[in-house]
Each structure stands twice: as structure tokens, then as C-alpha cells.
Design a protein around this ligand. Structure first.
Ligand code: GSH
Length: 212
């Protein structure tokens, strides 16, 4: 059976768990508590030299990094696909670009905002909070533009949308309404929330220590 080494609040592990759920793949969850340094134990570092969750082990195959894990799962278990079809090169590139953008320019920024917002108000760095909110707003505006006339970012539901989903789900708890004045984002989020893979996602929290 597939094993997933993961820390439930980790947004990257959540990307993988959405794909496992989309494909109805059973797996054994092996919790790695990064707040207790469990990811630095030698036996875990042997699985992932970067010492980060998630790591997926499928029989003799060990894969780390959520993007690479999700592509592995799509190659090995193609139905239903989470990447546009082979041959649709432009669409596949678009899906990968959005996923990369989510991982680098959205997920970490929301994570940093979670850390600030968890502090007592007097302890918060107001300039940093304002900068992070602006950055999140800019991404949401961009997505709203890119979603014009589209159900999902790369036509069908794909890793492009999955990349954004974990941190989109915590925005309201951070006092950001992603859909306000952004009707395309609003409809997209509602559409994603109808998916069982998103509804059943565990570990959605704004507690710091959630990684990134
Ligand atoms: N690019 C990696 C990032 C994984 C990552 O940053 N995981 C965090 C938890 S959300 C982690 O393990 N952090 C521990 C550390 O960096 O020391 C992926 O997509 O899987």
C-alpha cells in the first residue's frame, strides 16, 4: 500500500492528499511532527535528503516534493487525470506554471501571514502584515483575471487549482474574503468546495507551526 509521510497542516502534503483522494487511492498516513523535529531524524532524511514532508513511498519507489509526487501519481495512476492530457503541451505548461506560482508566490506568503496573525495584535509587525496582504490580494486579482470564462485554471480541474486550494481554504480565517469583488475566484472556490477531495481535506488550520 502507498505510504505518505506527512504533517497534516502542511499545505504541500495537502496537495498530495487531494490528488490521492481524486484518484480514490488508499494510503497509510505516517505522521511526521515537524514541530518536534521528527523530519530531521536520520531515517526520515534517508527518504528525503531535504528533510521535508511530504514523502510518498509506493512499494519500491520513494518520491518527495509535492509537485513531483503528484506527477508521479498521475503517471502511475492516470485516472482521473490531474494534469491536462499528454500532447496538450501548452495546457500542461500552463497547469505546471500555476502550480509553481502557487508554491512560490502564494502558499508561503499566506503561511507568513498566519504566523503574524497568530501573534497578539500589539506584537504584530503591521507593515509586514500589510505587505503580505497586498501580495495575497495581487495574486487573487491575477487569478480572477486568468479565470475569466474558465471553470478551472487549466480548463479541467488540475494541479494548477490543487496548488492553490490548501491556502485558499484558510483565507477567511485570516480575515481575507478571496471572492469579494472577484466573481471568477468566488465561483472557482465554490466549485472546488463541491469536490469531495477538498471537502474531506484534513489539517486545515491557521495555527503557526503548520509549515512554511
Ligand atoms: N517543495 C516542497 C516543500 C515542502 C515543505 O516545505 N514542507 C515543510 C512543511 S509544510 C517542511 O517539511 N518543513 C520542514 C523544514 O523545512 O525544516 C514540496 O512541495 O513538497
Amino acid at each position: 500500500m502507498i505510504k505518505l509521510y506527512d504533517f497534516l497542516p502542511c499545505p504541500f502534503g495537502q496537495k498530495v492528499r487531494i490528488v490521492l483522494a481524486e484518484k480514490s487511492l488508499e494510503f497509510e498516513l505516517i505522521p511526521v511532527d515537524i514541530t518536534q523535529g521528527e523530519h530531521r531524524k536520520p531515517e526520515f532524511v534517508r527518504l528525503n535528503p531535504y528533510a521535508r514532508v511530504p514523502v510518498l513511498v509506493d512499494e519500491d519507489t520513494t518520491v518527495y516534493d509535492s509537485t513531483i509526487i503528484d506527477e508521479y501519481l498521475d503517471d502511475e495512476y492516470p485516472e482521473p487525470p490531474v494534469l491536462p492530457a499528454v500532447g496538450s503541451s501548452a495546457l500542461r505548461a500552463r497547469a505546471r506554471l500555476f502550480e509553481d506560482f502557487a508554491d512560490n508566490s502564494f502558499t508561503p506568503q499566506v503561511g507568513q501571514l498566519m504566523v503574524e496573525m497568530h501573534k497578539a495584535e500589539a506584537e504584530r509587525d503591521a507593515n509586514r502584515v500589510a505587505r503580505l496582504r497586498q501580495s495575497v490580494d495581487r495574486v487573487l486579482d491575477y487569478l480572477n483575471h486568468e479565470l475569466q470564462g474558465q471553470q478551472y485554471l487549466a480548463t479541467e480541474f488540475s494541479v494548477a487549482d490543487i496548488g492553490f486550494a490548501p491556502r485558499l481554504l484558510v483565507l477567511r480565517a485570516l480575515e481575507i474574503d478571496p471572492g469579494i469583488n472577484r466573481s471568477n475566484v468566488d465561483a472557482w472556490l465554490k466549485r472546488m468546495l463541491e469536490r469531495p477531495s477538498i471537502q474531506s481535506l484534513e489539517g486545515i488550520t491557521i495555527e503557526p507551526g503548520a509549515g512554511v
